[in-house]
Write a protein that binds this ligand. Structure first.
Ligand code: G3P
Length: 219
């Protein structure tokens, strides 16, 4: 399973990169706004900075809602850096844009996916990634992990090459459950990635090993 970080914060990206296990970055307009990135030129510069840091798999989202706008943005974003994957929402116009991008060798990530039906359509349109939002599904009293299992199962039935990118991750257990379900990628906040490393018995065990080492050196 590939690990992406779901942030536009350069410092958090650097921290995840330093672990040596990061495969990419996903952003969205909310995450860009959170970093205070305003204006087309600054947004382009920020995407470039992320691409230069990570070098691969950087999702950059379109903000147009019509086919012409989305495909124009897709052309501009993909020309910015080879690492860019254009994030396109699951709408009627979005599906047309996904197909156009697939026909024109522009990599895409279909975002805002909340059902298996939407995932099938995105795969048929040639999306490289499909992003089910599992945390938001859990928030609405449905089971996000079950949706990942369902999509993975369907894609395997038909050998779809679209990768399942579990998004809207809220905790380390979500990541483990996505791995069990066979997600190809998990895009996670930094805290959830770091949370995977933690276990109280590791800390207790390490403390004891070091105490025993210190004692052995005194005698
Ligand atoms: O990047 C899309 C997705 O991961 C958003 O997550 O936490 O806003 O539901 P969240």
């Amino acid at each position: 399973m590939k690990f992406f970080i779901d942030t536009a914060n350069l410092d958090q990206i650097r921290q995840a990169l330093a672990l040596g296990i990061l495969d990419g970055v996903t952003t969205n307009p909310t995450l860009m706004a959170k970093e205070g990135i305003k204006g087309e030129e600054n947004i382009r510069k920020h995407y470039l900075a992320i691409c230069e840091l990570v070098g691969k798999n950087v999702s950059a989202e379109v903000i147009s809602t019509d086919f012409d706008g989305m495909t124009n943005e897709a052309k501009r974003l993909s020309a910015l850096h080879p690492a860019i994957i254009v994030k396109i929402p699951m709408t009627t116009e979005g599906v047309k844009a996904l197909k156009w991008c697939s026909d024109n060798n522009i990599k895409t990530n279909c975002t805002l996916v909340f059902s298996a039906g939407q995932a099938i359509v995105a795969a048929k349109a040639g999306a490289n990634y499909v992003s089910p939002f599992i945390g938001r599904i859990d928030d609405s009293n449905w089971d996000g992990i079950q949706l990942i299992e369902q999509i993975v199962h369907i894609f395997r039935n038909y050998d779809f090459r679209t990768q399942v990118l579990a998004a809207s991750i809220r905790n380390p257990l979500h990541i483990v459950r996505c791995a069990e379900a066979g997600a190809d990628v998990c895009t996670c906040p930094l805290e959830s990635i770091l949370g995977l490393l933690k276990h109280p018995m590791t800390d207790i065990g390490l403390e004891r090993f070091l105490a025993d080492y210190r004692k052995s050196q005194q005698s």
